[in-house]
Design a protein around this ligand. Structure first.
Ligand code: FES
Length: 108
């Protein structure tokens, strides 16, 4: 299990081995922007990895292709990853993602 900090919400999510970041967020009851629910189509889940990139599993070809073909060049930048494809190796990763909402007290 690895801890990922999500800013600006300021929370740490525990990501299980083999689990994507968005899957971990959903398991923990968070709302994460998406309309394709993990199909690498909507691009709404994308994050900026701002620290700990060495603890992320590098993007596979399918993720790179999706980003290249579905996002305009002006939106692509180093450190951009899809949360629905982002897997984590160890602690220390920090991502920036607007629109993430914590679980309601009822969901905890
Ligand atoms: S959830 Fe739609 S691209 Fe990741």
């Amino acid at each position: 299990m690895a801890r990922v900090r999500v800013e600006p919400l300021g929370v740490e999510l525990e990501v299980e081995p083999g689990e994507s970041l968005i899957e971990a967020a959903w398991r923990l009851g968070y709302h994460w922007p998406t309309t394709c629910f993990g199909q690498a189509e909507c691009m709404l889940c994308r994050v900026d990895v701002v620290a700990g990139e060495e603890q992320t599993v590098p993007a596979e070809a399918a993720e790179e292709t999706a980003v290249r073909t579905r996002l305009p060049a002006s939106a692509r930048r180093p450190g951009l990853r899809l949360a629905c494809r982002l897997r984590i190796r160890g602690d220390g990763v920090v991502v920036r993602k607007a629109g993430v909402v914590g679980p309601s007290p009822d969901a905890r």
